[in-house]
Structure formats: C-alpha cells, structure tokens
Design a protein around this ligand. Structure first.
Ligand code: HSE
Length: 434
C-alpha cells in the first residue's frame, strides 16, 4: 500500500522532512514494506532555494486546497510552528479525516487539549514525536519502550539554545548575550529567543512529557518556569568549584499522588552523565519503576534530526493505516488522571545555592544565617569569595533541603538587609540526596 503525505511549512524542519522522505524512501520501504510518497509541500514562499530539488508539481502555496483538501493525502504534516494558522490547519485536517504529524510544541502545550479531543473524536492519529527533543525518539520511548513502567521521574536538557549558551559561558567565559547571538546564528533558537532563554520552550516540551508519562492533563499553566537569563559566568564558575554544572532542567517527578513539574536552572553534580551533555545536545533521563534509570541523548533541533522524528511518526501512522488501526493510545491516556495534583511550587523541597552580594565586615554572615534559621533553612556550606574590607563581596551558601516557600520568604527578607547589596541569586540543587 502507498501512503501519501502532504507537508505544510517548507522551513528548516519541512526541508529536512522532505529530504528524508525523498532520499530515504527506498530504505524505509525496504525496512517496513511501506511505500511513503511525498505528494505536496505547501508554503507561502515556494521560490526560495532550500538546497533540495523537488518536482515543481509538488510545491504549492495553497495548503488548504492542495494538502488538507486533497483526497489522495493520508497524512498532513504541520511544520509552520506558532499558534495560528497552524492550529487552524491541524483542526481542519483532523476534521477532514486526515492523520496529523506536528513538531509544534508551543501549540500542543497550550491548546493541545482541544486538538487531542478533536483527534480522539474523529478517530485519527496525531504524532508529535518531533515536538520534544528533536531527533531523540523520547515520545516513542515513553509510549512504547517503557510502557510496562510507572514513570517515576524525568530530568531533561531539552532546549539546545540554553544548553549551548551555558556551555559557551563555561568553556569560553563568554558573556550571555554573545553566546545567545551565536546560538541564533547557528539556527537553534526559536523565532522569539525569549522562549529559549526564559525556559518557555522547555516548559512546552515538559508539558507533553509529563502528560504522556503520568496521564495528567496538559498542565503548561501549572509549570513553574524560570530561565537562564540571570545566570552569570560567576555562578557557573562557583558551581564548578563546588563540583556542580548548571543546566536548564525540565523536571517531572511523581511523589505519592502528586507530581512536581518545573523548569529552572539547576546545579547538578559534575560527575553525573547528564552534566556532560554540552553544546546544543539534548538528553532526557527517565526513571521507571521496572526498568530503573535510563538516559537518551542526541540532537534536539535542526532540519535532519527533527525531520527524522517527523518521518518516524509518518511511518508509525502508515503502519497503523495498513492494519486498520486509527487510535493514538498515548492520546487516550493523556488527561485521564485528573486525580493527580500538580504540586504548587511553594510546596516543593530542594537544596539551594545562594549568592549574596554582601558587605565584607564582621557580623554580616550571622545576620543572613539568622534570617535563614528563622525560616527553617539549614546551611550546608558557606564560602566567601575574595576580600574587600567594607566593600561588597560574593558570599556563596549551600543549604540542606528546604521548602521553596520558606526560601522565597527568607530571600525577600535578606534582600532588604542593609548588609546586602542587590538581588540574591538563587539556584536549586539536585542530586546527591542527603
Ligand atoms: N529552540 C529549540 C532548542 C529548537 O533550542 O532546542 C528545538 O525545539
């Protein structure tokens, strides 16, 4: 049987997907017995040279008419990104009975409930492998490879741009903005880089991972999200001295009948495997109750890695079409567990790194530790960096496990002390459980 595909969006990922579908059509057929043909590629601009030559009858500017309205097309691939008109195209495709593949994490995280409902009701399959961690087949891993498990926790480095920036800041002692510019030039950043550096893109992806893993509804609005824009090269250096790397982590943990879902810069022991994931590379560490610890590593962005994920969804759909199955079992599960509460951030417990800018004179530490003590925060280590009698110096402090709401109250109070200059840097610390 031949399965026909139409792509909407001939950008970076659209081009990679078209290249894989055409150049690897034979190998896919050899491996699966499925003949998948790219019938149409729609984009507003079909003139620009993308470095790939497709027969001119494939290209069209009419996505609605030539792709969604095309009776020969079985699978519509949405790769334009953003909310609108992507949502409109996806919903119309589903309503026309087409199966859909998308890489659109922002859309699914924020409006996915409606789209998944539509897919469930219409009995079509919706593939979204490419929306999380690009080329790493993490959706398939959780949906299929680890289906026998209760997922206990997930820790992900799933935004290449942030990881690239943090790596360059560490290795080259680069300024944050220069590193961001480099990442943008290399084509890793989102159209709006705020999504990358403020943790929003990571939270979009974590929304999907958490729902798929725990069956909870898509909970983007409940995810605590903090990005890397306040991290300084100094924090990265102090972290290294203390034996840690700073990574922007997506964290999802099942705790009793609750889940913690959060995105923030995190200090992790430097000897952990995930700490060694540098540059634009992504990694997802998943712990299941049966399998134990597992780790997945690869390219989280780019035309060919993301195209690889898109095509894997197309092949899965083609397989299902041939056996007459039109159910996305993962989408059936996502949202079922309305009994599981997402723990409010204030109730989360963690260890912390604080960097105060403190006046260098006797009695200052006791004032700060007095406030921490009153808020039940126990100190694990203190380092004063440098000496500036009567001037300001960085005072770095590590805590034992403390409650987030206590930490926020204590830091607010400390930041008003006359012995402290400027805003305290707070970074949560994971690993080496005490
Ligand atoms: N901006 C994303 C990243 C691209 O940097 O990882 C892939 O989602």
């Amino acid at each position: 049987m031949k399965i026909n595909v139409g792509i909407i969006g001939f950008g970076t990922v659209g081009t990679g997907t078209a290249r894989i579908l055409t150049e690897n059509r034979d190998i896919i057929k050899e491996k699966t017995g499925l003949d998948i043909e790219l019938l149409k590629v729609a984009d507003l601009d079909i003139e620009r040279d993308r470095g790939i030559s497709l027969p001119s009858h494939i290209l069209t500017t009419d996505a609605m008419g030539d792709v969604i309205g095309n009776p020969d097309i079985h699978v519509v691939v949405e790769l334009i990104g953003g909310i609108n008109p992507a949502k409109d195209f996806i919903v119309k495709a589903i309503q026309s009975g087409k199966h859909v593949v998308t890489a659109n994490k922002a859309l699914l995280a924020t409006e996915g409930a409606e789209i998944f409902d539509e897919a469930r009701n219409r009995g079509v399959i919706l593939g979204y492998e490419a929306s999380v961690a690009g080329g790493i087949p993490i959706i398939k891993v959780i949906r299929e490879g680890l289906v026998a498990n209760r997922i206990l926790s997930i820790y992900g480095i799933i935004n290449g741009t942030s990881n690239y920036i943090l790596t360059r800041m560490l290795e080259e002692k680069m300024d944050f903005h220069d590193a961001l510019r480099e990442a943008q030039e290399l084509g890793y950043a989102e159209a709006d880089p705020t999504f990358d550096i403020e943790g929003i893109d990571t939270a979009h992806k974590l929304t999907l991972l958490a729902s798929l893993s725990f069956g909870i509804p898509l909970s983007y609005d409940h995810i605590y999200t903090e990005g890397i824009s306040r991290i300084t090269a100094q924090d990265i250096e102090f972290a290294m001295e203390l034996g840690y790397k700073i990574k922007l982590l997506a964290i999802a943990k099942a705790v009793d009948r609750e889940v913690e879902i959060r995105v923030h810069p995190t200090m992790i022991p430097e000897n952990y495997l995930i700490s060694k994931v540098d540059g634009v590379l992504n990694a997802v560490y998943v712990v299941g109750d049966a399998v134990g610890e597992t780790l997945y590593y690869g390219r989280g962005a780019g035309d060919m890695p993301t195209g690889s994920a898109v095509v894997s969804d197309i092949v899965d759909i083609a397989r299902k079409i041939t056996i007459g199955c039109n159910v996305s079992e993962d989408i059936q599960f996502m949202g079922k567990r309305t009994d599981i509460r997402v723990k409010p951030m204030g109730e989360v417990e963690s260890k912390y790194y604080f960097r105060f800018t403190a006046i260098d004179r006797p009695g200052v530490l006791s004032k700060i530790s007095g406030v921490l003590g009153r808020h039940q925060i126990s100190i694990a280590a203190v380092i004063q960096k440098g000496r500036s009698i009567g001037g300001a110096v960085p005072l770095v402090l590590l805590t034992h496990k403390a409650r987030e709401s206590d930490v926020q109250k204590a830091i607010k109070e400390i930041d008003t002390l006359d012995v402290v200059d400027g805003r305290t840097m707070v970074i949560r610390v994971e690993g080496d459980e005490d």
